[in-house]
Structure formats: structure tokens, C-alpha cells
Write a protein that binds this ligand. Structure first.
Ligand code: PMT
Length: 413
């Protein structure tokens, strides 16, 4: 059955050029069986008329906070109670900032504040406005408050520029909104994934790196998002496009990856380390390009931080899934890493020419304390879904066990 069928979807429309897509969005939602009501800001009405949205939704459109026609003149409370989910699309930078502040000075802001149903926003703005630290900080706050941030997409914009900030297309928004009701295996969980290689600079033009393409980590990030998780992907330099439902943080060196992970780890439920992090970096980085020398050169290397070990050693660590890339003694080496880093699980793969790194296929042996599961050679996209299903199961098992232990501790206190 369609998960949107019969659901009450409250659509908030704010004042951006993407408001014209709201008409199509209402149509898509209704096509999936949703009952749609629309709340518009004053600015939104400059871009599309309430009459259009009223005709398409079959419901009166609301925009006044103090509407004497509403029962007991408390329209915002009634609308908030009516909604099974609230989607603001488009959500302008200004509206996002106001949402962060918890304002209630117009009907839409007041409904968002009063609504206990899942809230989703579909940002739409110029790419420079999107990239501003103020906007990014605001979005980070919203995510931390479990607001679902859908998109934006990257592409050509109404202002003539190209970049991130386009509102997702109505059919994509409809699909993602339906996902909120699907209750996937990782629904409501926050997952942080590392992927790709790191680059450790030697001089302004040279670096030490490895063959990781990011394919395995990106496939895992996508599979986790498909399973309902809110996913952040910290990625080294790769030639892949970020999956649309995933927040990406681009880094280059191991130290940058370490810093990005530590910054986002606090509200993470599950950490997956698929990146091939360079274990060492040059002790010093030459400011100018090193000259060729007939005598050869010696590079002094120093160790990089072990990101996975640092996460697992936190006082309240998330559930940790590490990887082990091995050329020999796969099980022994993987189990050693599982114990040494105090991980919940480790996924081991054989690497070498044409294996593990770069290629589209892979095979995994997954180990945890007291168990093991093998996944045979298949596409990394499929393998990622199999791994995420196992991870969700192991995570739930640990979660349930911890809850029982806490209950016992409470009873005997
Ligand atoms: O990117 P692809 O081309 O698709 O290739 C996929 C892959 C082979 C890179 C991937 O499947 C994989 O094995 N990733 C982990 C590679 C690795 O660095 O393994 P390791 O055994 O050296 O490290 C053990 C674990 O510690 C890994 O989870 C690694 O992310 C983590 N680590 C290692 C060093 C470090 N300084 N910090 C870390 O977090």
C-alpha cells in the first residue's frame, strides 16, 4: 500500500521562485492519495496565487495567523494537530533562519512551532546563499532537532547561476516524504559515513594517497538513507556525485576528515568507517615544489590520527562499523582490528590489483564479538544494502540489550 495514502500533509509554501513548483507538488502528493492542505506566507503569494493551490488541493488555503474564520481563532493549533507531516517547500533561507529561532509571527512559522508531527523542509535558494556559513549552521541546527532536510539539488538556477540550491523536483519530494512513513530499518537514526581516500600533501603539487574510489562508502551512505536514516557522508576526493538524500562534507587530508567526523559525531547513532585513510603524512609540507635530485629524496612520515579508534574511544560512542582492507590473513587481521579498536562490527575485504579498491564489485566478511556473516561477490550497491540490513539488525540487538541492562540497574537501585 502507498504510505502516503490517506495521510494529512500540510504543505507550507514560502516566498521563492521555486514556489511555482508547489502546484505540481500538490498534484503529486494527491496522486499518491494524500490529503493536502496549504499554508502560504505573504511573500509566497507574490509568486503563486492561493487560488491555484486551492483549486489543486481542493481545500481552502490559509495564510493569516489571526483568522476569525478559524475555530476559536487558533488556526495554527488546529492545522498543527491535523497534520501527519508538515513539509515546507520551497523553504527560503529566511524562513529556515526563522524556523531555527522558533518564531511564531506568521501562520506558517506558528504551525511549525506547534506541530508535533514530522517536519521536513525543502531548501530553495541561490547557491551563494546556500553555501553561506549562516545557512549551513542553521541547517545543522535543524538536523540536530530531527528536522528532515530534503535536498537541495544542484543545477542551473533561476538567477542564472549554477550550483547547489535548487529545490528538489516534486516527484522526488513526494518519494522522500513517503519515506518518512515507511519506518525503514534505520528510520530516525543518524548515520555518519566516511568514504574515499585521503590526500597527504608533500609539496604544493604532490601528495600521498591510495586507490580508493569512494564507491563502497557512497553505496553504503545511499543504502543507509534508503533504510530511513539521516546520513552525513564525510568524503575524501573522489569522482562521484553525492547521493541526493545524503549531506556531504568534502575533505582532503586525514586530519580534515578527523576534524569533520569529530564535529558531527555528538548526535550520531551509527558510525561507518569505509574511508581508506592514509596512516601517515609527510612530517613537513614543502612550501615550494621539490626539485628533482639525482641523489633521490627521503620523506619523513608521521602517523595520522586513527579516526575510527578515536570515535570508538569516546565516553559515549555510537555503534561503530569499521572496515578492514587486507591482502592476507583476512579473518585474523580483521578480528585483531575489531578488538584493538573496540568496534561493534568490522567488514573485511580482500584488496589488491582489481580487488576491493576502484572496482564496482566486492565481497565482504563481517565479524563481531561472537558472530560472522559472509556476503559473496556482487555489485557494491547491492552489497551495501546487504551490509546495512545486517548492521540495522546488530544495532537493534545491542540497543535492546542496553535497554534491558539499564532497566535492571534501575530496578535494583
Ligand atoms: O573506495 P572503493 O574504491 O570502493 O574501495 C573500497 C575500500 C576497499 C576502500 C573499502 O571497502 C575499505 O576497505 N575501506 C577501509 C580501508 C582501510 O583503510 O582499511 P584499514 O584496514 O587500513 O583500516 C581499518 C579501519 O580503520 C577502516 O575502517 C578505516 O576507515 C579506519 N581508519 C584507518 C586509519 C586511520 N587513520 N583512520 C581510520 O579511521
Amino acid at each position: 500500500m502507498n504510505t502516503l495514502s490517506g495521510k494529512h500533509i500540510l504543505l507550507g509554501v514560502t516566498g521563492g521562485i521555486a514556489a511555482y513548483k508547489s502546484a505540481e507538488l500538490v498534484r503529486c502528493l494527491r496522486k499518491q492519495g494524500a490529503v493536502v492542505r496549504v499554508v502560504m506566507t505573504t511573500a509566497a503569494q507574490e509568486f503563486i496565487t492561493p487560488l491555484t493551490l486551492q483549486a489543486l488541493s481542493g481545500q481552502p488555503v490559509c495564510s493569516d495567523l489571526l483568522d476569525p474564520r478559524s475555530e476559536a481563532a487558533m488556526g495554527h493549533i488546529e492545522l498543527a494537530r491535523w497534520a501527519d507531516a508538515l513539509l515546507v517547500a520551497p523553504a527560503t533561507a529566511d524562513f529556515i533562519a526563522r524556523l531555527v529561532q522558533g518564531r511564531a509571527d506568521d501562520l506558517l512559522a506558528a504551525v511549525c512551532l506547534a506541530c508535533e508531527a514530522p517536519l521536513a523542509v525543502a531548501p530553495a535558494m541561490n547557491r551563494a546563499m546556500w553555501q553561506q556559513p549562516a545557512t549551513q549552521d542553521n541547517l545543522a541546527l535543524l538536523r540536530a532537532r530531527r528536522v528532515n532536510v530534503l535536498g537541495p539539488a544542484t543545477g542551473s538556477q533561476a538567477c542564472g547561476e549554477t550550483g547547489p540550491g535548487r529545490m528538489l523536483e516534486p516527484d522526488e519530494l513526494t518519494r522522500l516524504l513517503a519515506g518518512l512513513f515507511q519506518g525503514g530499518a534505520l528510520a530516525g537514526r543518524r548515520v555518519l559515513v566516511t568514504a574515499g581516500p585521503t590526500r597527504e600533501p608533500i609539496d604544493p603539487v604532490r601528495y600521498i594517497s591510495n586507490r580508493s574510489s569512494g564507491k563502497m562508502g557512497y553505496a553504503i551512505a545511499r543504502a543507509a538513507a534508503e533504510a530511513g536514516a539521516q546520513v552525513t557522508l564525510v568524503t575524501g576526493p573522489v569522482a562521484l556525485v553525492l547521493p541526493e538524500q545524503v549531506d556531504g562534507i568534502l575533505v582532503e587530508t586525514a586530519e580534515q576528515m578527523h576534524a569533520a567526523v569529530m564535529e558531527h559525531i555528538a548526535d550520531t547513532d551509527i558510525f561507518i568507517a569505509a574511508a581508506a585513510v592514509a596512516d601517515y603524512r609527510p612530517q613537513s609540507v614543502a612550501r615550494k615544489k621539490l626539485k628533482k635530485s639525482a641523489a633521490g629524496i627521503t620523506l619523513a612520515l608521521e602517523p595520522n590520527p586513527d579516526i575510527l579508534a578515536a570515535v570508538a574511544a569516546l565516553p559515549e560512542p555510537p555503534f561503530t562499523l569499521g572496515f578492514a582492507a587486507e591482502t592476507d590473513a583476512l579473518e585474523a587481521n580483521a578480528r585483531k582490528k575489531l578488538r584493538a579498536k573496540s568496534l561493534d562490527m568490522i567488514a573485511a575485504n580482500v584488496v589488491g590489483p582489481g580487488r576491493g579498491f576502484e572496482v564496482d564489485d566486492n565481497a565482504l566478511r563481517v565479524f563481531w564479538d561472537g558472530g560472522e556473516q559472509q556476503f559473496g561477490q556482487t555489485r557494491k550497491t547491492r552489497l551495501a544494502r546487504q551490509l546495512v540490513a545486517l548492521l540495522a539488525h546488530r544495532y537493534q540487538t545491542k540497543f535492546d540489550k542496553d535497554r534491558v541492562i539499564k532497566l535492571h540497574a534501575k530496578d535494583s537501585a
